[in-house]
Design a protein around this ligand. Structure first.
Ligand code: ADP
Ligand code: MG
Length: 252
């Protein structure tokens, strides 16, 4: 028992928490199966790697700031035009992130733009990429307060270092010229360095009006669309469809 306690202390001193977690199970299995030293050593270190990987995934998931978790596998393609399952499955291998390509999702409210964006974000995290999610209003607030709040500065630095930035809900609220300039600077900084997913209820022809500066909006769209997959979704709002289905079920 003394050598067991010494081992626990050593593992703790070396921060080998994954091995510590599985130690009893691995020793028990090794005794039952009369495993070789090499097999036992492999099991021990594999459990440390698994532990560290899952800890990193959890950390990246928290750091992403998703408002909810939505999986691509839960998306119903029969209700929406403009995007197909095979396209989404192809994109979900996340090679678009390696190529620094963007995904632009346009369409009316309730069609599942945010759902798809989060779905791609979750896939990326599973594959080990760093992802940040922000609504455009929140993002602009962060950009405007980097000099005042350390937390804003910290978040913007994290966003710049991420592999994929998701910017949700462009178009719901107009942004002024100064805000649009800050937004443009960020997109320029990320251009060809990170991937960006954008969701918007406004087609890009109307973005200039929303941002109040035509030249800057053209330059912004130029960067966003240069290497991008663009999807124009249409159909009925999924929220309303579900509401109607519920009503049908409850009809006497
Ligand atoms: P949008 O961002 O386009 O306004 P959301 O992604 O917020 O729409 O979708 C609204 C709600 O409906 C969410 O709960 C979402 O999960 C669900 N939803 C929308 N479209 C679909 C779909 N095609 N399949 C499954 N769920 C959907
Ligand atoms: Mg949305």
């Amino acid at each position: 028992m003394k050598s067991y306690d010494t081992l626990l202390k050593t593992l703790s001193a070396l921060n080998l928490n994954g091995i510590m977690d599985k130690l009893d199970e691995i020793i028990h299995d090794a005794e039952m199966e009369k495993s070789s030293y090499l097999t036992v050593l492999n099991h021990l270190f594999e459990s440390e790697i698994n532990y560290r990987n899952s800890k990193r995934l959890r950390r990246n998931l928290t750091a992403a700031h998703f408002p909810v978790e939505k999986k691509l596998s839960e998306y119903d393609y029969t209700k929406v035009k403009g995007i197909g399952k095979s396209e989404v499955v192809n994109l979900s291998d996340c090679s678009f992130i390696d190529r620094k390509e963007n995904i632009l999702l346009f369409g009316p409210p309730g069609i599942g733009k945010t759902h798809l964006a989060i779905g791609f974000g979750l896939e990326a995290i599973q594959k080990g990429y760093k992802v940040c999610f922000e609504r455009v209003t929140g993002l602009i607030k962060l950009l405007k307060t980097t000099d005042i709040h350390r937390s804003s500065d910290f978040r913007i630095k994290k966003i710049i270092k991420s592999d994929l930035l998701i910017i949700d809900e462009i178009g719901y609220t107009p942004i002024d010229r100064k805000e649009a300039n800050l937004f443009f600077s960020l997109i320029s900084e990320l251009y060809e360095k990170s991937s960006i997913i954008i969701t918007s209820n406004k087609s890009f022809e109307t973005w200039a009006e929303m941002m109040g500066d035509e030249i800057m909006t053209t330059a912004l769209l130029d960067r966003l669309m240069h290497h991008a997959r663009i999807f124009n979704l249409n159909g009925d709002s999924y929220r309303l469809l579900k509401k109607q289905e519920k009503k049908e079920v409850h009809k006497p």
